[in-house]
Design a protein around this ligand. Sequence first.
Ligand code: FAD
Length: 351
Amino acid sequence: MAMNVSDYQGIWVYIEVKDGTVAPVSLELLGAGRALADKRGTELGGVLIGSGVKSLAPTLFAYGADVVYVYDDPIFAHYRTEPYMRALLDCCQKYKPEVLLYGATPTGKDLASAIATDLPTGLTADTTILDIEEDTGLLLASRPAFGGNIMATILCKKYRPQMATVRPKVMKALRPDPERTGRIVEEQIELHEEEMRTKVLEVVRETVKKARIDEAEIIVAGGKGMGSKEGFQLIHELANVLGAAVGASRDAVEAGWISHDHQVGQTGVTVTPKIYFAIGISGAIQHIVGMQNSELIIAINKDPNAPIFQSCHYGIVGDALEIVPLLIERLKEEMPKRRASVDVKEGVRHA
Ligand SMILES: Cc1cc2nc3c(=O)[nH]c(=O)nc-3n(C[C@H](O)[C@H](O)[C@H](O)COP(=O)(O)OP(=O)(O)OC[C@H]3O[C@@H](n4cnc5c(N)ncnc54)[C@H](O)[C@@H]3O)c2cc1C
């Protein structure tokens, strides 16, 4: 069924709320949405669904929203697809946005795909670049495809709203301006708890010790070439002397030598440290896309034809099981000296 696209106006962001606060990705999307709305000469809207959430509207104005649509009801106390989808559908049908953006989080992805099939309209998942054509209002949603080798720009020409989920930490939130205000539109829909197919019985919070390789300045990553779990211990030891985080290829993870949160690459984490050691890693494209923007890449591999040597700044051809222990030994001597000299300089600076 064709729709009249000119009936649709405004750039919207679905506002995700966690523990009574706005999720950072939603603030980032307001920043990105503001630029799109200005280019298109239209309003930036936020859709706020939850229980006791109306008080968050001023925060959204401060971060760039012009109008905030609020569905505030105890039935929205915890995220569930059904009631949230019904509220958001109601809002889209009533106010007809041109663009609707979501964070690519578990909640955003779930809600966006439910809305896309129900409306129906197009959805681009995991976008990293957004732009809009000023005159036509066509959203240009770009994302890496084929293992990051190409960027695909995806358009939704005939259906509205044009929807995209956007990766967290890619867009920039604006500096909040507490003086900015806007319109609050309060909405309600009739929903009955007994008609809901899902009930939240309990929310379990688990503290997971994350590897946090995405924030490390130095990463020592090991691959299948370390030979065994014992061999992989050398990676931990080298990381230890350097004060570095430990990364791994998927094959090392699949061998059970280290947990998945250390995996670098297409199906792992993307990292950009100052120094990246790739040790016993062949350099498959799926690994390279996760570390190629590191400032300095040092590879150790016994195969001089390993593809990793195409992507490194320094390469050592040799057996990692021999080279890494030598490196550790040497660094154990050097690192304390370097630290001491830094301490002296710091001392002078602070004196
Ligand atoms: C859809 C998809 C997604 C994927 N996602 C990821 C991802 O996120 N991350 C990822 O890493 N992979 C990913 N892969 C897998 C990827 O294609 C490779 O299979 C993987 O990266 C290979 O890991 P590796 O380099 O440790 O092992 P191998 O390819 O087996 O390489 C081991 C290397 O170690 C060298 N070596 C052996 N012994 C020694 C020694 N003693 N000293 C020095 N060097 C030695 C060998 O010469 C070889 O180059 C994905 C694959 C697919 C299809």
